[in-house]
Design a protein around this ligand. Structure first.
Ligand code: PMP
Length: 292
């Protein structure tokens, strides 16, 4: 079993050394931002958009990152190398840093930034093959009037409550709608459906994270000559879809077998399989040793 690797504020650290003060506002108030990044063949996958999104999330919170782009790239390389395995997942977190009690972030001295390299397996291999079961939850995705979903912050309680609802209902994952009842996303994945040969995904403005994997899927569909439409969806559209899958850095591409007990026509269907294969080819092309 490969051990996780930790990097804290400029250097690799053992798990005993990689600790934060209890008065860090990241811990006290969920005040901070993060990214989840995969690496394949010891090469980070689509690192640039992840770092760009991190910078935007931090700007939205008036949180100044303690390291620049090049330093973060170097930190990512360092943890990948130290981890040793060809493939894995990196969690990059920036907290507001230690400060006095009370929400006011202007009292915080300096953000803490850490990385963890480890493996991540959100579902079993069997579920990955046969598809997961989704339920629509009573918990809604907060919209921009509450907390803009494009900010990838440490505030995931909304998603965690939805996940608990799904688990309590015996399902694998939650489908969150916005306050108007339109589909947004899963707890940590964007959603696509296929119907009569066309792929549909809700526009980010309906209340989803602007997922990097979502962007890749749209890119692959174009290359594969598959028609895509960004259109508002309701659970009805998913109940009556031919195919459905979730996508995200952690989840990669994950077939959905049913929503609220209504099975998809095909799991995984031909379009999902085609995109899955194109996704694998893209990873190989962008991360194989020949290309480095
Ligand atoms: N939505 C949410 C709420 C997420 O946390 C994630 C995971 N980062 C995603 C979607 C998928 O985004 P990405 O493809 O950029 O990992």
């Amino acid at each position: 079993m490969i051990e996780p690797i930790y990097w804290l504020n400029g250097r690799l650290a053992t798990s005993a050394e990689a600790v934060l003060p209890l008065n860090d506002h990241g811990l006290l108030y969920g005040d901070g931002v993060f990214e989840g990044i995969r690496f394949y063949n010891q090469t980070p996958f689509r690192l640039k958009p992840h770092l760009e999104r991190l910078e935007l999330s931090a700007r939205a919170l008036m949180l100044s990152l303690p390291y620049d782009r090049h330093q973060l790239e170097a930190a990512v390389s360092q943890v990948i190398q130290a981890y040793g395995a060809p493939n894995g997942y990196i969690r990059l977190v920036v907290t507001r840093g230690p400060g006095s009690l009370g929400l006011d972030p202007t009292h915080c001295e300096r953000p803490n930034l850490f990385l963890i390299a480890d493996r991540v397996a959100l579902v079993t291999e069997e579920k990955r093959r046969i598809g997961i079961e989704l339920v629509t939850t009573a918990t809604r995705r907060s919209g921009p009037s509450v907390l803009d979903p494009r900010i990838k912050s440490l505030n995931y309680l909304n998603n965690i409550l939805a996940k608990l609802e799904a688990r309590n209902a015996g399902a694998d994952e939650a489908l969150l709608c916005n306050a108007q009842g339109f589909v947004t996303e899963g707890t940590a994945e964007n959603i696509f459906i296929a119907r009569a040969g066309t792929l549909f995904t809700p526009p980010v403005s309906d209340g989803a994270l602007d997922g990097i994997t979502r962007g890749i899927v749209l890119e692959l569909c174009e290359q594969e000559g598959l028609e895509t439409k960004e259109r508002s969806l309701t659970p009805y559209d998913i109940h009556t879809a031919d195919e459905c899958f979730l996508c995200g850095t952690g989840a990669e591409l994950l077939p959905v077998r049913s929503l609220d007990g209504r099975p998809m026509a095909y799991t995984p269907g031909p379009i999902s399989k085609q995109i899955q294969q194109a996704f694998q080819r893209l990873i190989e092309t962008e991360t194989s040793t020949r290309k480095r």
